[in-house]
Write a protein that binds this ligand. Structure first.
Ligand SMILES: [Fe+2]
Length: 300
């Protein structure tokens, strides 16, 4: 497996609640605004120029899933594979001026990805004043596709991503990239959209801070904290003001040797008997989480 994509690059959301989303992302999650104009904002949890990009719109929807490749050559190689995988290039210009190169493509299922070089990074400026918790970095996205096997094939062919684990009925699959963390994308079977986007909480105390900050805003977690079996990461989930679930996830298991690695196939689908196949500490997903869906922006 030759991974052209290394990690999550950025997530871009359309929202009709721009001010609320900025306030929530800074005062609860603990990002900082790195760029602002009348109709958009970039936010980051570290020295990177943009991890969460908000675009003012009439609707709340997912605009683009940004996947980070390490070099311009890798971006160009991914671009050369788009048509062969049955997808359509939207532009070969990067979507943000803080990226050297990018290619945006649509899938026939209604998803939009951008493979792009890393946003500019100020590595020695990782901390800043914030009222929120302050995660370490953007971690992963669980997208939703009506045809998971086709989406997995596209991501494998265009981005060189590998399958790390899947449920035998395709309800959920997980894919990894060059940084070898168990997944940078989850693929959920369902109407096209996104289930959640995730930032990394490296320390468990951060869940306590998150729950208490949500309480100060008279809000609550919808699930967690717990520990997933796939990825072996800790987790907690809450809703952002646009209506998309935000996950805060602990560091993941790594695919150390992908020459011999075999994806685990989860065959025990029976609830609640399979709870520890899915969640190590035995806390099952609530119905609200299982049925969550945030739409993807309609393609032109
Ligand atoms: Fe997740």
């Amino acid at each position: 497996m030759s991974q052209l994509v290394f990690a999550m690059g950025h997530v871009k959301l359309n929202t009709n609640k721009l001010e609320e989303m900025i306030a929530d992302s800074t005062d609860v999650l603990g990002l900082r605004v790195t760029y602002r104009d009348d109709t958009s904002a970039w936010l980051s949890s570290n020295g990177r120029a943009a991890e969460l990009v908000l675009v003012e719109a009439e609707e709340n929807s997912f605009n683009t899933i940004g996947l980070e490749a390490l070099t311009t050559e890798a971006v160009r190689e991914a671009a050369s594979r788009v048509a062969g995988a049955g997808c359509t290039i939207v532009t070969e210009e990067p979507s943000l001026p803080c990226m050297a190169a990018g290619v945006t493509f649509d899938t026939p299922e209604g998803l939009r990805f951008e493979v792009h070089t890393p946003t500019t990074d100020d590595m020695y400026n990782p901390r800043y004043k914030t009222a929120g918790v302050g995660p370490r970095r953007l971690d992963h996205v669980n997208l939703m596709s009506p045809d998971p096997q086709t989406t997995i094939r596209q991501l494998s062919e265009i981005c060189g991503m590998g399958l790390s684990e899947r449920m035998v009925n395709d309800a959920l699959s997980w894919m990894y990239g060059g940084n070898r963390q168990h997944h940078i994308l989850g693929v959920v079977k369902g109407e096209v959209g996104v289930h959640h986007y995730s930032f990394e909480f490296p320390e468990f105390r951060m869940y306590c801070e998150l729950g208490d900050i949500l309480d100060r805003h008279d809000r609550q977690l919808i699930w967690g904290p717990g520990r997933h079996r796939p990825g072996d990461n800790t987790y907690a989930y809450y809703y952002d003001p646009a209506g998309c679930i935000v996950e805060c996830s602990g560091p993941m298991a790594l695919v150390a040797d992908d020459a011999t690695f075999q994806p685990r196939i989860i065959t025990n689908l029976e609830r609640p008997g399979n709870v520890r196949d899915m969640n190590v500490w035995g806390t099952p997903a609530p119905l609200e989480w299982r049925e969550a869906h945030f739409p993807f922006a309609k393609q032109a």
